[in-house]
Design a protein around this ligand. Structure first.
Ligand SMILES: *Cc1c(COP(=O)(O)O)cnc(C)c1O
Length: 478
């Protein structure tokens, strides 16, 4: 195996060598409270409470530090949210100022300064035709709202034929969040199957997945087959399709399953030709992750509804936005007595603090020339991934921009997976923690989702440690 040279975490961490940040008794009390009371997301708690929790105490730049004073490179941007590093001075200053000015005021009725400014800035940045911004608090609600908007848009359409449109087409293996509407358009059986009786029915179209579904065959051929299937599904519900919902370029939670911009453009065109709306979920791909501000730009697709969350606030506060076209928006206008209103809203909709953070994050994009700067980072990552791809147990690497999935397999020749009970992906990330790198796998796919602010040295560390840990862990399996 060719090793990637990498600096050590202790060389790069902005923190001094490990020494506890809290007295031993306080740490013990925290560990006890964590085990006794905290129920954690997507976590089998039986295994969790048996181990030692990683209790994060503070952060600087692209690094997190735990209560014992150990430093960790934040290799997945604190689950895909952080963009410019932690505690970025521009965002911190904006938040402090906002906190002294206005903490919260409802958007039901009144408006507020940051929410208004941010709406205009998002419309400026977004693909053409998206003119209206509806706020919420998470990726799940951003999608939930898009689905309800699309449904209501047609349900109250002034044209009788259009009111028949109530069918949603979504993709296999899609992930759009955990609320019931977003689960309905999701397609990951492990997360979603159990809730089937609670969900509305959607038509699932096969998403491209060349490595698992067309091993060794040309990607273009496989994508053409998927498009033909999509076309058949749409035709089977002729005149009844309300919207196509999909993650552009990369199905994140599915295990970083990528398709080409060409597929996205053609899928969107099929939906449009059938009179359906196009809903793009850029919760994960938005804000530079794929190398452009939004992934859909690479396909020249401007959706009717665009879902944003995760990176929108720079990864600092919960915030989401569903952007809509003027056509969709106008479908909700009418006399008060017509009740065409979008009856949806959350207590913290348009929270001024979250919106101030988002505005500051957009300032950082402009001031630091982030989208230009990351092109170099992306090229460096691509170089490292070529080395990683040569490892005998790396079956496939999928990447758009900085969003990367490295699939670790038992047999490279056939692409066959390791037995799931071996928890290979988990073992790799546990090993990476020992080297000061925090990542999180999806099954046996090692996900790299570094902050846009990751330095060259830090990227070398991230990739070097990942390769070394893959090699060590599969080596130990014998
Ligand atoms: C994470 C994610 C969501 C859900 O966002 P939450 O903020 O966790 O509710 C929706 N869609 C995509 C593509 C995501 O990656």
């Amino acid at each position: 195996m060719t090793a990637l040279p990498h600096p050590s975490a202790s060389e790069l961490s902005p923190f001094p060598p490990a020494s506890p940040l809290l007295p031993t008794a306080e740490i013990a009390a925290l560990e006890h409270a964590d085990r006794a009371h905290l129920w954690k997301p997507f976590t089998q708690m039986a295994g969790y409470v048996a181990g030692k929790p990683l209790i994060v105490a503070d952060a600087a730049g692209n690094w997190l530090r735990d209560v014992h004073g150990r430093s960790f490179l934040d290799g997945v941007s604190s689950l895909w949210v952080n963009l410019h590093g932690h505690n970025h001075p521009t965002i911190v200053a904006a938040l402090k100022e906002q906190l002294d000015t206005l903490d919260h005021a409802t958007l039901l009725g009144p408006t507020n300064v940051p929410a208004t400014e941010l709406a205009a800035r998002l419309v400026d940045l977004a693909p053409d035709g998206l003119t209206r911004v509806f706020y919420s608090d998470s990726g799940s609600t951003a999608v939930e709202i898009a689905v309800k908007m699309a449904y209501q848009y047609f349900a109250q359409h002034r044209d009788d034929a259009e009111r028949r449109r109530n069918v949603f087409i979504s993709m296999t293996n899609a992930y759009h969040g955990d609320t019931l509407g977003s689960v309905s358009v999701g397609g990951i059986d492990l997360f979603h199957q159990l809730y089937a009786p609670l969900l509305f029915e959607t038509i699932k179209a096969p998403a491209p997945d060349p490595y698992h579904r067309a091993f060794g065959r040309p990607v273009a051929e496989h994508e053409a087959e998927c498009l033909a299937e999509l076309e058949r599904r749409i035709a089977a519900h002729d005149g009844r399709v309300a919207a196509l919902v999909m993650e552009p370029l990369m199905q994140g939670a599915a295990g970083m399953i990528a398709h080409t911009p060409d597929f996205l453009a053609k899928a969107a065109a099929l939906a449009r030709d059938a009179g359906a709306l196009v809903v793009l979920d850029e919760v994960a791909t938005g804000f530079g992750r794929t190398g452009t501000m939004f992934a859909c730009e690479q396909a020249g697709v401007a959706p009717d509804l665009l879902c944003l969350a995760k990176g929108i606030s720079g990864g600092v506060l919960p915030l989401a936005a569903t952007l809509a076209s003027e056509r969709v928006y106008e479908g909700f206008l009418g006399e008060h007595s017509e009740y065409r209103t979008f009856f949806h809203g959350h207590s913290y909709t348009g929270n001024p603090l979250a919106c101030a953070a988002a505005l500051a994050s957009l300032d950082v994009f402009a001031e630091e020339g982030v989208l230009d700067r990351i092109q170099g980072t992306i090229a460096r990552l691509a170089g490292h991934l070529e080395v990683i791809a040569a490892h005998p147990n790396v079956g496939d690497i999928r990447r758009h921009g900085l969003m990367t999935g490295i699939e670790v397999v038992a047999d490279k020749a056939t692409g066959s997976a390791f037995d799931g009970t071996l928890r290979v992906g988990n073992r790799i990330i546990e090993r990476a923690m020992e080297h000061g790198v925090l990542i999180r796998p999806l099954g046996d796919v090692v996900v790299l989702m570094p902050p846009l602010s990751i330095t060259d040295d830090e990227l070398d560390l991230l990739c070097g440690v990942v390769l070394r840990c893959i090699d060590e862990v599969v080596g130990e399996l014998g």
